[in-house]
Ligand binder design. Structure first.
Ligand SMILES: [Zn+2]
Length: 118
């Protein structure tokens, strides 16, 4: 069996981070749009894999509805137009609610870590 990304390391680049990767549904299918190309150029999904799996969802104790375990799926995305190759993960062990625009950014987190260290 082939391993995801031919066994090479994978992580989304800055091109997809910080809200730059967007998408939409048509029916109930979700499409990712190329963060580099103008307009809403649809990316291909070349492959996917289970990046992580946990038997118990870590948020079940804190939240009302119980999830069936914890999972993180990773997708390898590709743009036929500009040849961007990138990765995105979908998980039920990340943020579980709240207002996305009010979430701390990675910069805030790093700044907090610096302040806590001093
Ligand atoms: Zn593109």
């Amino acid at each position: 069996m082939r391993s995801f990304n031919n066994g090479r390391p994978y992580h989304g680049s800055e091109a997809v981070e910080g809200g730059k990767l967007r998408g939409a549904t048509d029916t109930d299918y979700f499409y990712f749009f190329c963060p580099r190309c103008p307009g809403k150029h649809i990316l291909r999904v070349l492959e996917y894999a289970e990046h992580a799996q946990e038997p118990v969802n870590p948020y079940n104790e804190q939240l009302g509805r119980k999830a069936h375990g914890g999972f993180t799926l990773v997708f390898k995305l590709y743009c036929e137009q500009c040849r961007l190759t990138d990765f995105v993960k979908v998980s039920n062990t990340g943020w579980q609610g709240g207002d996305f625009d009010k979430l701390p950014t990675q910069r805030d987190v790093a700044k907090g870590a610096v302040e806590n260290a001093s």
